[in-house]
Structure formats: structure tokens, C-alpha cells
Design a protein. Structure first.
Ligand SMILES: O=C(O)C1=C[C@@H](OP(=O)(O)O)[C@@H](O)[C@H](O)C1
Ligand SMILES: C=C(OP(=O)(O)O)C(=O)O
Length: 435
């Protein structure tokens, strides 16, 4: 397992183009595969997670042409009834999104399918997806609530009226992808608003979905039409540089073409509450809005974060914790229990690893209590560990930039799950100080 040595910095200055959005990349491959005609995807994210989705679809007989140098992909849609059986398991790697969305997408096939994943993914909860799919008529031959799972050949799917028990875009999307193949319209009620990329893309490919408050009604529409999708830069990847720009003395960073879908940008609202000013320019809107973000180092103050905030910033909460260690006052995060079911238990890994650098973070059942104005400082060199979690690795790399002393980041290569070039980008901005 690789490690990376980082030291504290001043004056992080530069322009960054973060890679394509992970959530939208997964969805464009999946919708392209089950549509009729060609789907062209520009700026697809070539990260480990998205490559697991791509490989699984190819394994099911979907022709996908890849030009990785230009982040360009062409998917020849085979339609929902054109997928081919496979006698090998579909390997989901580390990717919760691939697993949950593909289970919904593939639930109505006339052949069995087995899903497997790595050690971390095999611990993550799947009953939240298999329960509603079973209510729709799906049968599972092997199902302990986590991978490996085998889905039996389908005997047809019934519509569902379902109140989501968790705030999860993956669960919502799995049900929506199954519901387009059901016999009648289905109705889903969200617990709170979560990212709506599936809803937007379904409409773009010719599906019918309506939202009224937290209620979604989706009409069966198994025949969709291929599209040209340009994937915006990933807000969740941009967030690491936004936070670095806010924390590292004398910094100015410009982030180009960042996806600003409001169901993803809860971090911007939280930053505003902390007193930060982020400049937004060059706004554009295809079926997903984008803009350029400019950030300078600034003083911040404490906030409280609740379940509604968490749902709109779910992958950015580790960064909120880091920001809070440097803000004035005590920050309290509640309603974040879902963090315990990510690639690691992020309440545990965030508090344990940042505390190694001098932070005072007390984990709670559903969040964290974070003391502000705690300078990060180590004597000599301190090891911190990503525990194989890409977002923990990147958050700790940003923390290292403001830590006095040397930080040795273990298992740094986990970044490849969502942002393979993250450390190279960081090194470029720092002027080549990463060993
Ligand atoms: O739908 C998606 O693409 C995602 C939804 C979120 O997961 P949950 O739905 O489990 O909260 C998020 O954490 C993940 O990175 C991507
Ligand atoms: C939780 C994440 O992804 P996934 O659920 O797809 O593994 C993430 O990217 O932070």
C-alpha cells in the first residue's frame, strides 16, 4: 500500500479543472446501455468506480467505445431486452452507486445475476434496495443484506408506492430504474431531498417523471432514446480544493466548469453560514448547471449542521469537519448517521484521523462535535490512514496542507476511486512538494 508525504503550505494559487461528475458518469453509461441508438458521453469520469460500471455493462453485451485520452465514450444502446446473460459475477469493486443502481436497472432480466464487491463494499447495507425491489416482485437467491447477492430471473415487475426509509439518492435511483420497467406508474416519497441526477437524466432520455414536494411519480417507459451527454466537473471533487483555498494562507484558487446542481451544493450553503464568500461566475446550464468558482483564504465561524443539510452535502461532511477545526467556536453536526455506511464509517475515520493531527472532534451516534481554532500540529512526522476511503484520503491531504510538521498519508492511492489525478493536481498547485 502506497503512502504520500505532505507538508504545510502557503499561497495555493492556480486554476483547476476537476474531472467529470461521478454520479452523472455512472448514470450516463447506464441510461446509454438500456436506450435505443447511440449515446455519446463527453468528459466522462475515468475513475475506478465508473470503470466498474462500464465493465459490468460490457459484460452484459453492451458495446462501449472508449477514448480515455479525451474522456469520450460512445455507448451503443441495446435496449432493456438486448442485454446478454453472463455466468461470471458482476464485480462492483468499491462502488456503492454501481451496485445499487445496477440492481434496480437489471432487476427485470430473464437470467440470474450475481453481484460481488471488495471488502468495504461487501459490508455496506443493501437491504434498503432489495426490500423495495422484492415488493416489486424481485427474487433473490442469495441475500444476507450485503454482497455477494444473486438476483433470480425476473417474472415481471409490479409498480410500487413507497416511502423511502433513508435519505439516499442511490436507493431512490434503484427504485426509479426498476419502476420504468413495471406494469403501472410508481410513487416514491423521499425522506428529504437528495441528488436528482437520475430524475434529470431519465427525462433527458425520454422518460416521464413528476415531482411534487417530496413525492415522485414515475411512468413505466422501458424504451428510451440515446443522447449526447456532457458531464460537468464533479462538485464533490472541487470541494477538496474549495476547502484548501479557504484554509491555506494567502490562497486563491479558480475552479472551472463545476457542476452546481442545487441538490449537490449543500456545502456552498454551509460555507456561507460559516461566513465564507465564494465567487460564482461563468454560469451555464445544459441539463445540469455549471459555473466557475473562485475562492480565497478566509476566516470562518462555527455552524450547526442538521439532517437536511447533510443530505445535500453527504460526501462533503468530512470536509465540513476539517473546516470546523479552524473556525471560531464549536460546530455541531447531527443527522449524519448515513456517514457510518460509506466506504468507511466516516464519523469514526474523520474524528480518529483528524484527532491524530491535533483536532478535538468527539464522534456522536449521528454526527460530530468539533472544537474550533485547534491549530493542526504534529511533532516530527505523523502517520494518518485513509483506511482505503477515497474521500478520507483527499480530506486528510488537505488537512496536511495546514498541519505544522510532516504528515504521512497511508493508502493514499484510494483517491483513484473518484479522482485518480488528485495528488498530481495538488502537487502542481503546491509546486512539487509531495513525496
Ligand atoms: O446517487 C449517487 O450517485 C450517490 C449518492 C450518495 O449515496 P447515498 O445514496 O447512499 O447517500 C453519495 O454518497 C454517493 O457518493 C453517490
Ligand atoms: C459514498 C461514495 O460513493 P459510493 O456510495 O458510490 O461508493 C462516495 O463517493 O463518497
Amino acid at each position: 500500500m502506497g503512502h504520500t508525504l505532505l507538508t504545510n503550505q502557503r499561497n495555493l494559487t492556480g486554476t483547476i479543472q476537476v474531472p467529470g461528475d461521478k454520479s452523472i458518469s455512472h448514470r450516463s453509461l447506464m441510461f446509454g446501455a438500456i436506450s435505443e441508438g447511440k449515446t455519446v458521453v463527453d468528459n466522462l469520469l475515468f475513475s475506478e468506480d465508473c470503470l466498474h460500471t462500464l465493465a459490468a455493462l460490457r459484460q452484459l453485451g453492451v458495446p462501449i467505445q472508449v477514448d480515455e485520452a479525451h474522456q469520450h465514450v460512445e455507448v451503443t444502446g441495446v435496449g432493456l431486452d438486448g442485454l446478454q446473460a453472463t455466468n461470471q459475477p458482476l464485480n462492483m469493486g468499491n462502488s456503492g452507486t454501481s451496485t445499487r443502481l445496477l440492481m434496480g436497472l437489471l432487476v427485470n432480466q430473464p437470467f440470474p445475476l450475481t453481484f460481488v464487491g471488495d471488502g468495504s463494499l461487501s459490508q455496506r447495507p443493501l437491504k434498503r434496495v432489495t426490500d423495495p425491489l422484492q415488493l416489486m416482485g424481485a427474487k433473490f437467491e442469495e441475500n444476507e443484506g450485503h454482497l455477494p447477492i444473486t438476483m433470480a430471473p425476473s417474472k415481471g415487475l409490479s409498480a410500487i408506492t413507497y416511502k423511502l426509509p433513508v435519505a439516499s439518492a442511490q436507493v431512490k435511483s434503484a427504485i426509479l430504474l426498476a419502476a420504468i420497467q413495471a406494469d403501472q406508474p410508481s410513487v416514491l416519497v423521499e425522506k428529504t431531498v437528495t441528488r436528482d441526477h437520475t430524475e434529470r437524466m431519465l427525462q433527458r432520455f425520454g422518460g416521464e417523471i413528476k415531482r411534487e414536494g417530496l413525492t415522485l411519480t414515475v411512468t413505466p417507459k422501458p424504451h428510451l432514446t440515446g443522447q449526447h451527454i456532457t458531464v460537468p466537473g464533479d462538485f464533490s471533487s472541487a470541494a477538496f480544493f474549495l476547502v484548501a483555498g479557504l484554509l491555506v494562507p494567502d490562497s486563491t484558487l479558480v475552479l472551472k466548469n463545476v457542476g452546481l446542481n442545487q441538490t449537490r451544493t449543500g456545502l456552498l450553503k454551509l460555507l456561507k453560514c460559516m461566513g465564507a464568500v465564494i465567487e460564482i461566475s461563468e454560469r451555464a446550464d445544459d441539463s445540469e448547471p455549471t459555473a466557475t468558482l473562485t475562492v480565497h483564504q478566509q476566516a470562518l465561524h462555527r455552524i450547526t449542521v442538521d439532517a437536511n443539510d447533510v443530505a445535500l452535502a453527504i460526501d462533503e461532511i468530512p470536509l465540513v469537519a476539517l473546516l470546523a477545526t479552524q473556525a471560531t467556536g464549536q460546530t455541531v453536526i447531527t443527522g449524519a448517521e448515513e456517514l457510518r455506511f460509506k466506504e468507511t464509517d466516516r464519523i469514526k475515520t474523520v474524528s480518529e484521523e483528524l484527532n491524530k493531527l491535533g483536532a478535538h472532534i468527539a464522534p456522536t451516534k449521528d454526527g460530530m462535535v468539533i472544537e474550533g481554532q485547534t491549530p493542526l500540529k504534529v511533532i516530527g512526522k505523523q502517520n494518518v490512514d485513509s483506511h482505503g476511503d477515497h474521500r478520507i484520503a483527499m480530506m486528510l491531504a488537505v488537512a496536511a496542507l495546514i498541519t505544522e510538521g510532516q504528515v504521512d498519508l497511508q493508502d493514499a492511492e484510494a483517491v483513484a476511486v473518484s479522482y485518480p489525478t488528485f495528488l498530481t493536481e495538488l502537487e502542481r498547485l503546491c509546486g512539487g512538494v509531495i513525496a
